[in-house]
Design a protein around this ligand. Sequence first.
Ligand code: FAD
Length: 475
Amino acid sequence: MTTHLVWFRNDLRITDNRALHAACEDPQARVIALFIATPEQWKQHEMAPRQAAFIYQHLQSLQHSLAERGIPLHYHQCDDFAASVNWMKGFCETETVDAIFYNKQYEINERLRDDALEKAVGADVLCHAFDDSLLLPPGSVTTGNNEMYKVYTPFRRAFLSRLTESDSRSLPAPKAREHGQKTVMHKLMPFDYPLENIDENFAVGEDAARNQLRSFCREQVQDYLQQRDLPAVDGTSSLSPYLAIGVLSPRQCFNRLRTECPDVLDRTDGGAFGWLNELIWREFYRHLIVAWPKLCKHQPFVGWTDGVHWRHAPEELQAWKEGKTGYPIVDAAMRQLNATGWMHNRLRMIVASFLVKDLLINWREGERYFMSQLLDGDLAANNGGWQWGASTGTDAAPYFRIFNPTTQGERFDKAGRFIKAWIPELSDVPEKDIHTPHRWAEKQHRVLDYPLPIIDHARARKDTLAAFEAAKNRS
Ligand code: FAD
């Protein structure tokens, strides 16, 4: 009997999973599944313990769904990618595997690992790799010169003209195997990695993710453009943790959006198109890391920005991490991140700008800290977001665009509802003073149990402009 091995990585779902679907196409084949945890590697990249816990919980759910279909999930733990390739070679021999099916990961180390695996197993085991985690695979949306776009808007235009019905067709979950094994479900050993509780807003399982997608597209997406920048409002989908580990596919998102909003592509000023636009940013950043693998190594897209003289300011970095900078919108955002592992997109932009352009601290510090906390940590999106904010990336904010953290707060959290939810020390401060609480406290002769601003924005702005200009002139 032929044996097909499905290697799950960041595609922890049974619905619309191209590798799983293909492995199950031959009804006679014996299908087995595998997940390999690499805690040493995770430690090196400082993956958030809560994301590891989220993966673990989804593995349990996946194991259950696969077992119902007669597919056993094997689980193994290796230190790193090299060890996992060696181990898999032996596993394929023991299980007499004829073919491995997996969905591609686009980060450089993962691509090298997959190449190494193909070599290691040799011609005896066929490797079938699928483009699954994007609507369109990297390299398929290019300029007339066959190059990757460096600017988002023309990328999106080309992307939409290239996207066909068949690219976005979702696949059903496989049926129970006729010759499925009576699957004994061994308890999955917890990862050798610190695990943390997950915020209750992020329920476990494909069904939960799909329900959230459906209700967002049905009830909220129309108002997306009006609400997406307001952190006090639940105006975005909060689906990023599911997309990051592949509990949900972008095809499922796109198809659900089209079902609920059939005119999404015709009404480019509508909320549905606005949301699709964000899904396309996700695609853009993944296409970029394939075209420029140096991004995976945390190198800037714009070389001269590496010459900026960043400040070594460990105490200020720590204050930023802990949400104690004295700038209420920045602190509330960082506290939301630390407590839940999720942060609103507008706030991610504000805190990134604050770290880089107010404190003049290297953006890589922020990128790393985000990964250590985020439930939706994703190398391409995180690197893209940080390089955008730091003006080191392609199509990034120009270096002289520097958010004023006070006016950003006034604009996007006018009444301070979000701030008050995360900074109880400011609960007595009136709405109109919430963004400059110490001025109010001074007038009231009160002492706030809240730090004074750790830096003067106007001065910091000048210093940052000078530092970027000096680096540019030196290049
Ligand atoms: P929605 O507004 O509902 O958007 C739908 C989906 O589109 C998201 O779930 C996400 O998958 C994708 N998306 C939305 N905005 C972006 C964007 N700007 N770039 C890429 N994809 C996007 N997103 C991550 O998934 N993981 C990260 O590690 C990450 N780090 C970021 C770091 C910085 C500094 C910045 C500025 C942005 C980062 N983002 C990251 C992008 C964005 O902030 C989140 O995807 C978004 O806030 C998730 O909330 P949501 O699911 O409600 O998004």
